[in-house]
Design a protein around this ligand. Structure first.
Ligand code: ADP
Ligand code: MG
Length: 615
């Protein structure tokens, strides 16, 4: 087995901590400036702090041991720089740190920790034991601190370079907080989720987790792709889509998002990393979600990791007690760029079929697998999965954003096309046209200014008339006058909803005039280029859809209009029409996904064909 070259620390998002300063007490001005209190709430809070310390120490290999979900024992061992013996007692005192020295350092923070409080906080609620060695020839050294016992015990120990921190009997001395802990399995699951996220954020570091004596998780410490295989299985990793963006000259985003066929029911693995720190920045998380939301089924979320690199002084992690939320300068531009990048990656990736290889093995550590010996050994299963992925990865990575050349139409349903990448694409003509029309309707919609709108339930005519008085007979916004205006009666609730939306509907070309009571007169319907059907015949259904009681009614209505107007399956298209549709699709916002979230195209890459035909 080829050992995989480890990425050096500098290749990771986190800037390297090259030289280590001695641990010293922080000046009072700094202590006042940073939000107080590492809050140790449950085992996962301890795990987070200890992982931060190990990563700050430059660890390439981190082992986490949990017993009873961390309630009984949490041990984090690393191969990092270690703590010199004479500094060890300081490490557990409050506001003592080796990471910053003064206020200025807060603006150029490159470490995850900076408050000098974590170990001290842990020592007040649990038995703390540290064994550490700087690997410079001297003996290793151990220290024990126990809550409510003044002083600490120090002894000589033996170990390789690195540090092991063991936390036993969390909250034993604080029964009120112990009572708030969940069952061991729940606490364990919380820890594992956080460790998986850390492993993705720091793929060049190997993470091993042993829970109650069994290896439950292990990453190879190589690349993000290998890490994702180890954590989520080879299938998820194979379909990962990469994205990059540079929202501003000194800010970059690189990321990976799982394909639409590998989604999850929770946001647990939507991960944001800013300069190596996992953060829960609300604005950015919302932006990420709005990037993928329109392209995935309701309630589904991808595995997503976005790593942002920004100048250190753009990020302020000092305001939040657990450092989980961070203030970010230029957040709006970065958010917009992130949303766009995710939408583009997911929206342009056609469906692919797995090569006809047998089901790839996933690396899920077997119960009973023993804690491997200390060292760099990668698990065999994980290495196998990796090489499999390498062989197969050629089958993926197709994108529909490049131009396609129509070859033929199949069964009056699918356009067969060739991509510049030499892949064969099968494009669903109805969905392709739906996507094109939907995008057009989005562009056409006049932005609403709810506050400034004069439309109200009492006086709806004020707005509607602006459109209805168009002398040309149609309105300027793409509506086609109905020769035979239709009177539509709605329920009270529907009428109320519709009345508030008349302005936006007129913008789409659907002109509805209040006609007293719950009656509306439909005067015009949207016109759409290439529409196979006159929308006039659907005006009643469309009106009812326009009055549904949901926030995303406009999107649904656009999708519905696009669907009704789009060419159907079963319609024969001339070569010219086929090509025109493909050209329009190439310019669409999400050429691979129809407005309802279904795939538009299937790609067969040259590699895949070679695989199937055994060329
Ligand atoms: P902070 O991380 O904010 O400095 P902590 O209380 O977490 O505060 O740690 C105090 C100090 O102990 C750190 O500044 C660091 O010098 C040292 N330390 C803690 N854990 C480790 C570790 N795993 N490896 C090396 N040094 C460590
Ligand atoms: Mg720390």
């Amino acid at each position: 087995m080829e050992p995989t070259t480890r990425q050096t620390r500098s290749e990771q998002a986190l800037p390297a901590t090259t030289s280590r300063a001695p641990i010293a007490a922080l000046p009072a001005v700094v202590v006042e400036r940073i939000a107080a209190g590492e809050v140790i709430e449950r085992p996962v809070s301890v795990v987070r702090e200890l992982l931060d310390n190990s990563l700050d120490a430059g660890a390439a290999d981190i082992r986490v041991e949990l017993r009873e979900g961390g309630r009984r024992l949490i041990r984090v061992s690393d191969d990092g720089c270690g703590i010199p013996a004479d500094e060890l007692p300081l490490a557990c005192q409050r506001h003592t740190t080796s990471k910053i020295a003064g206020l200025d350092d807060l603006a150029r923070l490159t470490t995850l920790g900076f408050r000098g409080e974590a170990l001290a906080s842990v020592a007040t609620v649990a038995d703390l034991e540290i064994v550490t060695s700087t690997g410079e020839g001297g003996p290793a050294c151990g220290l024990t601190v126990t809550p409510h016992e003044s002083g600490s015990k120090q002894w000589l120990a033996s170990r390789e370079r690195g540090t092991s921190v063991t936390v036993r009997h969390l909250f034993r001395a604080v029964p009120a907080r112990q009572a708030l802990l969940a069952a061991p399995n729940v606490e364990k699951a919380r820890c594992l989720q956080v460790i998986r996220s850390y492993a993705c954020a720091h793929p060049a570091t190997q993470f091993t987790v042993v829970a109650d004596g069994e290896v439950v998780l292990q990453t190879p410490g190589t690349s993000l792709q290998d890490t994702i295989i180890a954590l989520f299985g080879v299938d998820a990793a194979t379909g990962m889509l990469s994205f990059t963006a540079s929202p501003l000259p000194s800010a970059t985003i690189v990321g990976q998002v799982s394909s639409r066929s590998h989604t999850r029911t929770t946001r647990d693995y939507v991960m944001l990393v800013v300069n190596g720190r996992l953060v829960a920045n609300r604005g950015l998380l919302a932006a990420a979600e709005s990037g993928y939301r329109p392209l995935l089924r309701k309630g589904r979320h991808p595995v997503l990791l976005a790593a942002l690199t920004v100048p250190p002084d753009w990020i302020d992690a000092t305001t939040h007690p657990t450092k989980a939320e961070a203030l970010l300068r230029h957040e709006r531009e970065i958010a917009r760029s992130l949303q766009h990048a995710i939408h583009e990656a997911l929206g342009a990736a056609p469906a692919t079929i797995d090569p006809a290889t047998p089901q790839a093995p996933r690396f899920h550590p077997q119960p009973g697998l023993r804690f491997p010996p200390h060292g760099r050994g990668r698990s065999r299963a994980s290495a196998m999965a990796t090489s499999l992925l390498r062989e197969r990865s050629g089958a993926y990575g197709q994108s529909l954003s490049g131009p396609l050349t129509a070859i033929a139409q199949l069964n009056d349903m699918l356009i067969l096309a060739r991509g510049t990448d030499g892949a064969l694409y099968l494009v669903d003509q109805h969905r392709a046209h739906e996507r094109v029309l939907y995008d057009l309707l989005r562009e056409r919609t006049v932005p609403t200014d709810r506050a400034g709108s004069t439309a109200s339930f009492d006086d709806p005519m004020s707005v509607v008339n602006g459109y209805m008085k168009d002398p040309s007979g149609g309105d300027a916004l793409g509506g086609q006058m109905l020769l035979d205006p239709q009177l539509i009666e709605l329920s009270t609730l529907q009428a109320r909803q519709l009345t508030a939306r008349l302005h936006e509907l007129a913008g789409l070309g659907l002109s509805l005039q209040p006609f007293g009571g719950q009656m509306f007169l439909a005067r015009s319907v949207p016109t759409l280029p290439g529409a196979a059907h006159l929308l006039g015949e659907f005006v009643r259904e469309l009106t009812i859809e326009a009055s549904v009681d949901t926030d995303d009614w406009l999107d649904h209505l656009r999708a519905s209009l696009a669907c009704r107007a789009a060419i159907r399956r079963g319609q024969s298209l001339s070569p010219h029409e086929q090509q025109a549709l493909l050209d329009d699709l190439a310019g669409a916002s999400a050429p691979a996904v129809c407005p309802h979230g279904s795939p538009i195209a299937l790609a067969l890459s040259p590699d895949h064909l070679a695989d199937v035909f055994e060329w």
